[in-house]
Design a protein around this ligand. Structure first.
Ligand code: E4P
Length: 223
């Protein structure tokens, strides 16, 4: 399962790529705002960093105010022209589905985002999106069964052999990473803190404490 970093901060993106060997990046308007930069300078900075990293896709979302197919497609074309790594995030609703279908036909890869039902995910698969992004975290934040909906999407995609890759998004904890892997999702995306938390375990710390004490009390040369 691939690990994508959910962030638009260049220092975090560099860390994810250079230290941890992550596989890609997803951004959204919240992450761009949190970068403290303008939309243009933020994505141009990312485009520059990834220009020699062909297997490191970066999802960039169009202006969420756009509500007609033509303006969505035009903005997607503009963003896409900045980097071969850019995949365009399009909201999964009636206009977004039409725009996404047109973009994929033009050879512009899309990430159909804000997916909260298996029915929406089916349409992302049918239009030939590169990625589909169901948001497990937002579902569970609102008391819905996030695990079942991810499992249903994976099962449906495998049953019908959809080629669209499933990004389990808005992941909040290790358990959600594990469930995504167990069900056979292609990718998870979450913030650096969630990943770094998942690298650790209190038992690992306890084990280290035990081993340090054993190390310190091991008979030394000359004793
Ligand atoms: C997915 O592609 C989104 O960018 C993301 O996961 C949104 O979740 P957040 O609430 O963790 O930012």
């Amino acid at each position: 399962m691939k690990y994508f970093l959910d962030s638009a901060k260049l220092d975090e993106i560099k860390k994810a790529y250079e230290l941890y060997g992550f596989d890609g990046v997803t951004t959204n308007p919240k992450h761009i705002k949190n970068s403290g930069k303008t939309f243009e300078s933020c994505i141009e900075g990312i485009a520059d960093y990834v220009k020699d990293k062909p297997n490191f896709p970066v999802s960039v979302e169009i202006n969420p105010h756009l509500a007609d197919v033509q303006s969505m497609v035009e903005m997607a074309r503009r963003i896409s022209s900045l980097s071969a790594n850019f995949v365009i995030k399009i909201p999964t609703n009636t206009v977004g589905i039409v725009a996404g279908r047109q973009l994929e036909k033009e050879g512009i890869q899309t990430n159909m985002t804000l997916v909260f039902s298996a029915a929406q995910a089916i349409m992302a698969g049918k239009l030939g999106a590169k990625y589909v992004s169901p948001f497990i975290g937002w579902k569970e934040d609102h008391g819905d069964d996030g695990v079942k909906y991810i499992k249903d999407i994976v099962d449906i995609y495998r049953k019908y052999d959809f080629k669209t890759e499933i990004i389990v998004a808005a992941v909040r904890n290790s358990q959600q990473i594990e469930k995504a892997a167990l069900f056979g999702a292609d990718i998870v995306t979450c913030g650096l803190a969630v990943y770094e938390n998942s690298f650790n375990n209190p038992y690992t710390d306890l084990g280290l404490k035990i081993f340090k004490s054993a190390w310190d009390n091991t008979k030394k040369e000359g004793e």
